[in-house]
Ligand binder design. Structure first.
Ligand code: COA
Length: 167
């Protein structure tokens, strides 16, 4: 399968359980390739309330990627250009869905006249953001209890007029 088979649409109320499950599995399974067991558990934190998760997604400009009608990944875009979430199900990894979601973010931000995008990228996500035109500004170490996690502050200026730049 390639990303040509992916459909992107806005998050809907019925996507709460699927997106929450993807978040949990992407952290504990996919991100485990770059982080220790203790680090992914610290990242995951405690159990999440589905209703509260839904409220945050509904307010965050979340979009979901569908493969054969099933939610396979999601991302979001704050009004100030901050990309807070990018998660793809381990069942659909490395097939361009993360790239497709970021291409959608870039298109939406340009349309809305956002001058620049920013994010805090994980070790796993950094190459995906780089391929979407983001550059590392600095490396940060986050403390969660006794555990530390490295992540990257990344930014991507946008040509809001779209003159020749590719997503
Ligand atoms: C980061 C993520 C969203 C990318 O989704 P995706 O659909 O696999 O992305 P793409 O297919 O566009 O890009 C694939 C690239 O992602 C990275 N990647 C994806 N899965 C990976 C894995 N299991 N181990 C290491 N790198 C991985 C690699 O750089 C890969 O490129 P490669 O296949 O040439 O090595 C997904 O891997 C994920 O959810 N990761 C865990 C959670 C996370 O880190 N989220 C980002 C928070 S900032």
């Amino acid at each position: 399968m390639t990303s040509d088979h992916v459909t992107i649409r806005p998050y809907a109320a019925g996507d709460a359980a699927a997106t929450l499950r993807i978040f949990e599995r992407a952290v504990t399974e996919t991100a485990r390739s770059r982080y220790s067991e203790a680090q992914v558990l610290a990242w995951l934190g405690g159990p999440r309330d589905e209703a509260a998760w839904h409220q945050r997604r509904a307010a965050a400009g979340t979009v979901v990627a569908l493969v054969d009608g099933e939610v396979a990944g999601f991302t979001d875009l704050r009004d100030d250009g901050y990309v807070d979430m990018l998660f793809v199900s381990p069942d659909h990894g490395r097939r361009g869905i993360g790239a497709r979601l970021l291409a959608q973010v870039v298109e939406t931000a340009r349309h809305d006249g956002v001058p620049a995008l920013s994010t805090h990228a994980s070790e796993v996500a950094r190459p995906v953001f780089e391929r979407a035109g983001f550059a590392v500004v600095e490396r940060e170490t986050v403390h969660r209890g006794d555990v530390t996690l490295d992540r990257y502050v990344m930014q991507r200026p946008l040509d809001v007029h779209g003159s020749g730049e590719t997503a």
